[in-house]
Design a protein around this ligand. Structure first.
Ligand code: PLP
Length: 394
């Protein structure tokens, strides 16, 4: 007979990778609140609060702003799967892993994906998006505001939405790795639909993922000739639950919504702009620390994300081995590069609760020791020293 499954015991890791990030203790407490029913009037209030706080965090007035039940990919698939009708064309990014995922979702929705080919590690050029719109006449244009696979922040979001709107397309933006940590202004930038996740700069466990859709995008969805291929993610049906009626559609993951509400309350207390600023400050310290340890930036500073840094290792080092040593010897989670950078770079997050002095210095300290023990001629404390002096200059 097999022995019984042991009590759950997991290592106490510092989460400084591309997500999930460190969970805020108040968010964990909220998560542990005993569930009420998903149609209980008390939970309806929680839904209302969460929607209100989400609008403020995304900088939007969109009525249709909800947490989708599922991780960021569910919210992403809800956006793409509802907006793209079979036979339609969508112009999407070709400069990273999540642009590729967007393209795949467009195809599965029955559409044709045209990718704006741009090297990984560089942002899209709005002129290229404009050219692609002129050539392919898309119904939808996708843009990844924060590309977690490379660490690129897409600048000039308004230039991209202008190009799309001039051709009559709606714009869907991925703000999974920017929500609550990197400047993102949905309405001001003219974004028609935006999806996000909870486990990055919001420091909340994964499972309830923000989605906001404006009237223009919603009109396109309600005007579809063919039903959305996913029943679960069909926004016209989800409206029964999240709209005025508050009728059963599916059993919402109430604890995830409690947690998200608390995470958004923390954003509100700090002020979303202050939070963007905090991420900038600690990311700068982290990045200065990485360069002091001999790593090199993959992304130019003007388009480098604060929430996720991709850094080339000194030559001869295997990213997978560095990541394993950080995890096994120091209990710090970071990640290897992806795609074009898989064999040469690591990715280090600076998100939410992790975007603070302690986590940043601990990560740099562990990385310094890891590099020195791998034979790199570097002072193990150089990263911490550089970060401390960067923070001290402020
Ligand atoms: N988009 C981006 C930019 C992401 O970084 C991620 C996840 O890391 C996703 C989409 C998908 O989110 P999830 O892994 O929560 O399903």
């Amino acid at each position: 007979m097999e022995p019984p499954v042991a009590e759950l015991r997991l290592p106490d890791r510092l989460l400084m990778g591309p997500g999930p990030s460190e969970t805020h203790p108040r968010v964990l407490d909220a998560f542990g609140t005993p569930p009420v029913g998903h149609l209980d009037p008390a939970f309806i209030d929680v839904m209302d609060d969460t929607q209100r706080l989400l609008r403020a965090t995304l900088r939007t007035d969109n009525e249709w702003t909800i947490p989708v039940s599922g991780t960021g990919s569910a919210s992403m698939e809800a956006a793409i799967g509802n907006l793209v009708e079979p036979g339609e064309t969508a112009v999407v990014p070709g400069n990273g892993y999540f642009g590729d995922r967007m393209a795949e979702m467009v195809r599965r929705a029955g559409g044709t994906a045209v990718q704006v080919e741009t090297p990984w590690g560089k942002p899209l050029d709005p002129a290229d998006v404009r050219d692609a719109c002129a050539e392919h006449d898309p119904a939808v244009v996708g843009v990844v505001h924060a590309e977690t696979s490379t660490g690129v922040r897409q600048p000039e979001m308004s230039a991209i939405t202008d190009a799309a709107h001039d051709h009559g397309a709606v714009v869907v933006a991925d703000c999974v790795t920017s929500i609550g940590g990197v400047e993102f202004r949905m309405d001001e930038w003219g974004i028609d639909a935006a999806y996000a996740a909870s486990q990055k700069c919001l420091s909340c466990p994964p499972g309830a993922s923000p989605l906001s859709v404006n009237d223009r995008a919603m009109a396109k969805i309600l005007d579809r000739e063919e039903s959305v291929r996913s029943w679960y993610l069909d926004l016209s049906l989800l409206d029964d639950y999240w709209g005025e009626e508050r009728a059963y559609h599916h059993t919402a993951p109430v604890n995830n919504v409690y947690a998200l509400r608390e995470a958004l309350r923390l954003v509100d207390e700090e002020g979303v702009e202050n939070r963007w600023q905090r991420h900038e400050e600690y990311a700068e310290a982290l990045q200065e620390g990485l360069w002091a340890l001999g790593l090199e930036p993959v992304v130019e500073s003007d388009v480098r994300l604060p929430s996720l840094t991709t850094a080339r290792l000194p030559s001869g080092l295997e990213p997978g081995e560095v990541v394993a040593t950080m995890r096994d010897d120091y209990d710090v989670e970071i990640a290897t590069g992806l795609g074009a950078f898989a064999d040469e770079a690591i990715r280090v997050g600076c998100m939410g609760y992790g975007a603070h002095r302690g986590p940043v210095l601990e990560t740099l300290g562990a990385l310094g020791e890891t590099l020195a023990s791998a034979g790199v001629g570097v002072e193990p404390g150089a990263g911490v020293e550089a970060a401390v002096s960067t923070l001290g200059r402020r």
